[in-house]
Design a protein around this ligand. Structure first.
Ligand SMILES: *Cc1c(COP(=O)(O)O)cnc(C)c1O
Length: 384
């Protein structure tokens, strides 16, 4: 079952599913065993080897959705990120990172890479030429993240993948913000796709998981390290994640639609100074986003006009909860300068264009009119 024979929601629902041959149940049976009798000398089935029935089934679903040959599922997004990087970087190697990275990823790089003797550079911006400018003789990997957090900057995936190929480097993308519903980087030439499945794949703010998708050859390299690092996901959570992904297409399309409408509403609001959403024509990367994405996603950011306190606004919201995470069916909001980017100096934030009053809004599936009513009542309180 693949994209040639079936559409997105069919694949989300059925790709990879296990057949219940005993009871003919509607869903994949859950196999919790950590110990399996030897079938032959070759197959050693064990959860840390990523090869239990449920792990293999879900990996097939995720690989199919991302147009990859194979996938592995991890205990967190960061387990996936760190395993992907460490699988292709050795002592003395160099890696080029996009300047705007998920906080956990930049912590991994800045706090850990020195002790493994791995060199790294960050680009000055997200333009393809800025990635090429950082390539050195010992560069092995280029790593991008688009749309980026929190300003939803768009990196030209095809152009960067082309640069990686030209210089014989492995290209990696954190595709979490887009989800496989909105962006399929392997089709744009990227080697390895990374997901924090905690976000849109899980979608209900109750699962921590990660995934890597690539060719069989690259996944073999990753597996050799992954089984030693031990970051696999428990079968029960694998089974829950399979259930979540069945509705991913429906959820993410609803979130795209809500976010698009809210972005327009906020952009036209006299109390809002600026909105960052790749679906808006005013977004500097709108055309690029249109080319490489199938939908613009459920994430947006905005700044209130001068004189309106973003902290108070956030506190006065009732339906939209202040929360660290994102991509759930429930709408959430946070202040990047106080949370995800709170460890940066004010100068570093300024350089990245992150104002203190910026709010990052993860749009859920609630009714648009209820979300707008909540924003209106909170603005009224702030103006008072
Ligand atoms: C959340 C997130 C991660 C890390 O995932 P965890 O599941 O929290 O380990 C990585 N990249 C992006 C873009 C994220 O949003």
């Amino acid at each position: 079952m693949d994209h040639k024979s079936h559409g997105l929601n069919t694949l989300c629902t059925h790709a990879g599913e296990l057949e219940d041959s005993v009871y003919k149940g509607a869903v994949s049976p859950l196999y919790m065993s950590t110990s399996y009798a030897f079938e032959d000398v070759e197959v050693k089935r064990y959860p840390r080897y990523f090869n239990t029935p449920n792990q293999v089934a879900l990996a097939k679903k995720i690989a199919t959705l991302e147009y990859g040959e194979e996938a592995l599922i991890f205990g967190s997004g960061m387990a996936a990120v760190s395993t992907a990087l460490m699988a292709f970087l050795h002592k003395g190697d160099h890696v080029v990172f996009q300047n705007t990275l998920y906080g956990g990823t930049s912590n991994l790089v800045v706090e850990e890479f020195d002790k493994f003797g791995i060199e790294y550079s960050f680009t000055v911006d997200c333009k393809p030429a800025s990635f090429e400018a950082e390539i050195k003789e010992n560069t092995k990997v280029i790593y991008i993240e688009t749309p980026s957090n929190p300003l939803l900057t768009i990196t030209d995936v095809q152009a960067v993948a082309g640069i990686a190929k030209k210089h014989n480097l492995v290209s990696m993308i954190d595709n979490t913000f887009a989800s496989p519903v909105n962006q399929n980087p392997i089709k744009l030439g990227i080697d390895i796709v990374i997901h924090s499945a905690t976000k849109y794949m899980g979608g209900h703010s109750d699962i921590l998981a990660g995934a890597l998708i690539s060719s069989k050859e690259h996944m073999d390299t990753i597996f050799q390290l992954a089984k030693n690092f031990g970051g696999s996901l428990s079968d029960y959570t694998v089974w829950l994640l399979e259930r979540s992904i069945k509705t991913m297409g429906l959820r993410v399309k609803a979130q795209n639609k809500n976010a698009g409408k809210l972005a327009k509403y906020l952009e036209n609001h006299p109390d809002v100074a600026r909105v960052y959403y790749p679906g808006l024509e005013s977004h500097p990367d709108h055309e690029l986003a249109k080319e490489q994405m199938k939908g613009f996603g459920g994430m947006l950011s905005f700044e209130l006009r001068d004189g309106l306190d973003a902290d108070i606004f956030q506190k006065k919201l009732k339906l939209i909860k202040s929360s660290m995470s994102l991509a759930g069916v429930e709408s959430t909001i946070l202040s990047p300068s106080k949370t995800s980017h709170g460890l940066l100096t004010p100068e570093e934030r300024e350089k990245q264009g992150i104002k203190d009053g910026l709010l990052r809004f993860s749009v859920g599936i609630e009714e648009k009119k209820d979300l707008i009513a909540d924003i209106e009542q909170a603005l009224k309180e702030v103006r008072a």
